[in-house]
Design a protein around this ligand. Structure first.
Ligand code: COA
Length: 383
């Protein structure tokens, strides 16, 4: 049976910061951000939006009334939970009017959570072929003003509907995993921002990729020429490029060029959004599908990395006429219609937090799924 991603969509808020403005404010050469990190813009989120509004907004674009009757599981992969106990998935389940006899839960391991969710969805559909699973990878990457990680922030959500006979991509059941207990990025309870050894995380990312790539070649008997494209977790777009180039010595120059061109197509959206932690691999996948001329039957490799560190490499095959099921214009409009904020507006928005004193506060954010009230530390959403 063929199982895979039937539909994919993403959502980012209506605001962004231009990386040149950030560079000037931080007295840094803008080329460091645009070329050194490969980032042009960074998505910004107001306090009236969270991973629930991001995830619901992404999923609402792809779900039909019929899908909502067929979904048995809603899984949210995130490391930006709004609650240590209740999952974002159960609120998204309600906001989207998904049939009540469904499982809803959150899954975590740094930026790897979305992949864990996706693989769990595949297993569920394999056992229940007529049912569907909604996977959401949603995060808000915040390192702090003036921090080393500040230029690698961002936010957003990717939603994927996993079904049998998918319209877009089929799993090839060829996953290779790798775990290594390391402290390159972690956020202990009580910390608003992660603790991060950025240069160590870069190194572990590349080492994990090269190890898993070797293991993949051994187990799945493939070489780079078997993949139409290799896509990567994208904390910033230079990161995946460094990993890709780490395996260039085993390829011809033509092969290097081919994969680097596909890579450039896969980072078009991330250059404008920044880091969405667990969703960033899948924003890269969406960018590749929207911006590359690929053919049905071609295989795409996906490298997922979550600091700490867990990684997975797997591949998916493009389905017949997959191009007909993309929303390219809608995706481009979502990014182009956003408002550019000044540094002062960014810093103010960054500092704003929802109150936690249990009193009642109301908000007026007209966005479809925004928070309109908080009371007793319960968030209420527009619907
Ligand atoms: N023009 C062009 N490139 C420039 C430049 C300039 N003026 N100045 C610096 N650069 C390049 C550097 O050469 C470097 O490129 P390289 O990595 O290919 O060598 C890149 O810009 C980054 O410079 P660096 O000095 O390493 O930046 P940094 O010390 O500020 O750290 C991160 C960068 C990514 C480590 C930091 O932003 C961070 O900690 N981010 C959060 C963690 C993260 O995203 N980890 C990724 C793995 S999950």
């Amino acid at each position: 049976m063929t199982i895979g991603i039937d539909k994919i969509s993403f959502h980012v808020p209506d605001y962004y910061l231009d990386m040149t403005d950030l560079a000037h404010a931080r007295e840094t050469d803008p080329a460091k951000f645009h070329i050194g990190l490969g980032q042009d813009q960074m998505a910004l989120i107001p306090k009236t939006q969270d991973i629930i509004t991001l995830g619901a907004s992404a999923a609402a674009k792809i779900l039909t009334a019929d899908d909502k009757k067929m979904i048995d599981m809603v899984i949210v992969g995130t490391e930006s939970s709004t609650d240590f106990s209740k999952s974002a998935a159960v609120t998204i389940h309600k906001l989207l009017d998904i049939q009540p006899f469904a499982r809803s839960f959150e899954i975590k391991h740094a930026c790897y959570g979305g992949t864990a969710a996706l693989q769990q969805a595949r297993d569920y559909v394999a056992a229940h072929p007529d049912r569907k699973v909604l996977v959401i990878a949603a995060d808000i990457a915040k390192y702090g003003l003036h921090s080393g990680g500040e230029p690698t922030q961002g936010c957003g959500a990717v939603a994927m509907l996993v079904t049998k006979n998918p319209h877009l991509l089929a799993f090839n059941n060829d996953s290779v995993f790798y775990s290594e207990d390391v402290y390159d990025f972690w956020r202990p309870a009580g910390h608003d921002y992660p603790l991060v050894d950025g240069h160590l995380s870069n190194q572990i990312y590349i080492d994990s990729f090269t190890r898993i790539w070797e293991q993949n070649k051994k187990i799945n008997q493939t070489t780079s020429s078997d993949y139409a494209a290799l896509t990567f977790h994208l904390p910033y777009t230079k990161m995946g490029r460094k990993a890709l180039r780490a395996i260039f010595p085993e390829m011809s120059e033509t092969e290097q060029q081919r994969l680097e061109t596909r890579y450039d197509e896969a980072i078009i959206y991330s250059r404008q959004v920044g880091n969405l932690y667990t969703g960033s691999l899948y924003l890269g996948l969406a960018s590749l599908l929207d911006n590359s001329k690929l053919a049905a039957g071609e295989r795409i490799g996906l490298f997922s990395y979550g600091s700490g560190a867990v990684s997975e490499f797997f591949s998916m095959t493009l389905m017949e006429d997959y191009q007909q099921y993309l929303s390219i214009e809608e995706n481009q409009l979502l990014l182009s219609k956003r408002k550019r904020l000044s540094i002062t507006e960014y810093e103010e928005m960054f500092a704003e937090k929802l109150p936690t004193d249990g009193k009642t506060y109301t908000f007026s954010d007209p966005t479809k799924f925004a928070i309109n009230k908080i009371s007793d530390n319960i968030r209420y959403y527009n619907k």
